[in-house]
Ligand binder design. Structure first.
Ligand SMILES: C[S@@+](CC[C@H](N)C(=O)[O-])C[C@H]1O[C@@H](n2cnc3c(N)ncnc32)[C@H](O)[C@@H]1O
Length: 209
């Protein structure tokens, strides 16, 4: 196998970002938030555009980079729910949506811990769930997401390769081990079809049958 880092950098560099996303990235930096990479943002827009989604949930709003990328692809009638513990992050994200020309009525921002908010959302009511929050909790949020998805719905997990640790069995940190377990468990789950993309720091996809 050849070293893929040049191709990875090429793919990330190919993504085209407009002024609203660039500003949201700048605000992410000011707030100490790590936004999705340009390559991940581009994949999110394409997945959203092909999803025909009516309802989407994002876990981990940040300063709105991933939200703008998703909303850019989603149909105008789709409602977008995004959850974050940090009020300042939600405020920055709302500014990013506004600068991207997205109507405020399309977005529901929920302040709170995802572990408390997700159990309150309805079963089988969402077409796409994107997870990008506190990393050790990703597997717990992913289990909730499978419950939330309609048949045909899609789960997308960011940072699924955990800074290249997941692929290296020598790394035995708890969050890394949990991610490995999640990949295997979902791969064997008969309700799901799964794929792991090396984009950004890894995007794990699971579609609900
Ligand atoms: C990696 S950033 C999200 C970046 C965002 N997806 C983007 O691309 O712009 C993670 C976010 O998760 C939020 N967060 C951390 N713990 C959380 C929790 N338990 N529930 C909900 N959000 C949480 C943080 O406040 C932070 O804004």
């Amino acid at each position: 196998m050849t070293d893929k880092s040049t191709s990875w950098a090429y793919a990330e560099g190919l993504a085209d970002e407009d002024r609203a996303v660039v500003r949201a990235r700048e605000r992410s930096l000011e707030l100490g938030v790590s936004p999705v990479t340009p390559g991940v943002g581009a994949v999110l827009t394409v997945l959203a555009a092909t999803s025909k989604a009516q309802a989407v949930v994002e876990v981990g709003t940040g300063a709105g980079v991933s939200g703008v990328c998703l909303l850019r692809g989603l149909p105008a009638a789709c409602t977008f729910t995004t959850i974050d513990t940090d009020i300042e992050h939600l405020k920055a994200a709302r500014q990013a949506y506004s600068e991207a020309g997205i109507l405020a009525s399309r977005v529901r921002t929920i302040p709170g811990r995802a572990g408390a908010v997700l159990p309150r959302l309805n079963d089988a009511a969402y077409d796409l769930v994107f997870i990008d929050a506190d990393k050790p909790s990703t597997p717990a949020y992913a289990d909730e997401a499978v419950r939330l998805l309609r048949p045909g719905g899609l789960l997308v997990i960011n940072d699924a390769l955990d800074r290249d640790r997941v692929a290296n069995p020598a790394h035995r940190e708890l969050a890394t081990v949990r991610l490995r377990d999640l990949h295997r468990r979902f791969r064997e789950d008969e309700r799901l079809s799964t794929a792991l993309l090396p984009t950004g720091d890894g995007l794990f996809l699971a579609s609900r049958r």
